[in-house]
Design a protein around this ligand. Structure first.
Ligand code: F6P
Length: 499
């Protein structure tokens, strides 16, 4: 613990959830927040007004207001890479120059969508979107969440270098009707470029005369895309200051905008902007991303929780935990502070999760009776996403709410095997409907919460040097230059590839 404020927070009395409810008749109102089609129930966390007050002092101490201003005005807050983090400018929140630049690039994207829709580039009905990490997880999750099933374009997002991911798509798709979208901020990522080359080869084998004529590139490095062979008119650039895991608001959202309609993409941006405005303008005690981060820090630093579980009670959101894993763990899985000193607090919890009700029959045993304390986040959508009997959706929502209640209440039994300790925290997020606007607000909430967590920890959420060493080692292992890695790794290589 670094500052006196952390000591104060740690020394706060730790009442149980039941006690907190008994002591405060207005607990649900005090800890329920609503904005942009989303309702957040923080009442089943151990935050009380005293804890919130103590965290507010910590927030002031770390200069959260200054940090938020710096984020939203495009100051170079990603200090290890000497640049700003301007994903909010993509949705219209930022300095005028960056917002104007983002708007111009969105217009370019819209223009290309119109050209493709008109059939001027070919009669496309299928899209292969290649990318990995931030260049795939967002688009894939968004498409899965928002598609209705009657769209003009069939979109397949492929990320893995494992041919098992790409091969079935090539078997299913018609090369002549396929638009290849290569999404890579750097345009150097090995997995994406190998997959792209394989798709081009497949197109050629299938008789496409000019495969490169069917390629669109989404990148912050247009020169790389040009040297790879993509025509300049079909390159959709985005700013270097938009981080990969924060990039779905930029041209990285192109495939989704094409598949679902540009208006859907605009709604997504508008929903995110509504959450950004709330984040920018609301005092900490009523600020939704800030309160969520207070709860995160409480569980991580005070209660020693090493993980946080996210369960979407909606099949359409089944990729949300994967998306959040990158957002939170790649952002805040750091061991040094902004000035390079060892971090004396715990960094990001491990984020994991799944969909309800499936997860109830698989992993919830540990949540109810295991020795780990795992803060849980439930998500549910009030409007059903299917037209079957209401019994399905009602059952889904009731199960979601019952799990939060059971985790909190527990149930005492003289038989220790059948005893539920209870007092286990959860946050529930209710979406009025699963539409682009609400989803945009939800994702912006997660981004801003991640930023507040980083600010309270005094770390940089916008670099990711931790992923580089493995990439370098893969290169070294592939090189036949006589340099060897450790004996164990060399033995694995020998067994796989021979001497
Ligand atoms: O390896 C990590 C990473 O750099 C992520 O941060 C990024 O989202 C992903 O790889 C893909 O990178 P790119 O968009 O440059 O291909």
């Amino acid at each position: 613990m670094t500052s006196d404020h952390w000591q104060t927070i740690k020394a706060l009395p730790q009442a149980s959830l039941n006690q907190l409810f008994n002591e405060d008749d207005n607990r649900v109102a005090n800890f329920g927040m609503e904005h942009a089609g989303l309702y957040f129930d923080f009442s089943k966390t151990h935050l009380d007004l005293a804890a919130v007050a103590a965290f507010q002092k910590l927030a002031d101490d770390v200069g959260l207001s200054v940090k938020v201003k710096a984020l939203l005005s495009g100051e170079p807050i990603n200090i290890s890479e000497g640049r700003a983090a301007e994903h909010c400018a993509e949705r219209g929140i930022g300095n005028a120059a960056s917002v104007g630049h983002a708007k111009a690039l969105h217009q370019r994207m819209k223009g290309l969508i119109e050209v493709i829709d008109s059939g001027a580039l070919g009669e496309f009905t299928q899209i292969i979107h290649l990318g990995i990490g931030g260049s795939a997880l967002g688009p894939k999750m968004l498409h899965q969440a928002l598609k209705l099933g009657d769209e003009k374009y069939d979109l397949a997002v492929v990320s893995n270098i494992d041919g098992v991911a790409l091969e079935p798509v090539l078997e299913r798709f018609d090369a002549g009707k396929t638009l290849l979208v290569i999404a890579s901020k750097t345009f150097t990522t090995a997995e994406t470029l190998l997959n792209a080359q394989t798709v081009l080869d497949w197109m050629r084998e299938q008789g496409v005369a000019d495969p490169l004529g069917q390629v669109v590139a989404l990148t912050a490095d247009p020169d790389q895309a040009v040297s790879w062979g993509v025509d300049e008119t079909r390159i959709l650039p985005f700013s270097e200051t938009v981080g990969g895991r924060y990039s779905l608001w930029s041209s990285i959202g192109f495939s989704v905008a094409l598949a679902l309609g540009y208006d859907v993409f605009e709604d997504l941006l508008a929903g995110a902007a509504a959450m950004d405005e709330h984040f920018r303008d609301t005092p900490w005690a009523e600020n939704i991303p800030v309160l969520a981060a207070f709860a995160d820090q409480y569980y991580t630093q005070v209660r020693g929780c090493e993980t946080r579980a996210v369960f979407a009670y909606d099949e359409r959101l089944n990729l949300l935990p994967d998306y959040l894993q990158q957002l939170e763990m790649e952002s805040n899985g750091k061991s040094v502070t902004l000035d390079g000193q060892p971090l004396s607090l715990h960094s990001s919890p491990i984020v994991w999760g799944g969909v309800g009700t499936d997860a109830q029959h698989a992993v919830f045993q540990l949540l109810h009776q295991g020795t780990h304390l795992v803060p849980v986040e439930f998500l549910a959508v009030i409007e059903p996403g299917n037209s079957l009997s209401p019994a399905h959706h009602n059952g889904l929502l009731l199960n979601c709410f019952a799990q939060g209640a059971a985790l909190m209440a527990g149930k005492k039994s003289d038989d220790s095997h059948r005893n539920y300790p209870g007092d286990r925290p959860s946050v529930t997020i209710l979406l009025e409907d699963l539409d682009a606007r609400t989803l945009g607000a939800l994702l912006a909430f997660y981004e801003q919460r991640t930023f507040v967590n980083a600010s309270l920890l005094n770390i940089n959420p916008f670099d990711q040097f931790g992923v580089e060493l493995g990439k370098q080692m893969a290169g070294k292992l592939a090189a036949e230059d006589g340099n060897r890695l450790d004996a164990s790794t060399e033995e694995l290589k020998k067994r796989a590839f021979g001497a």
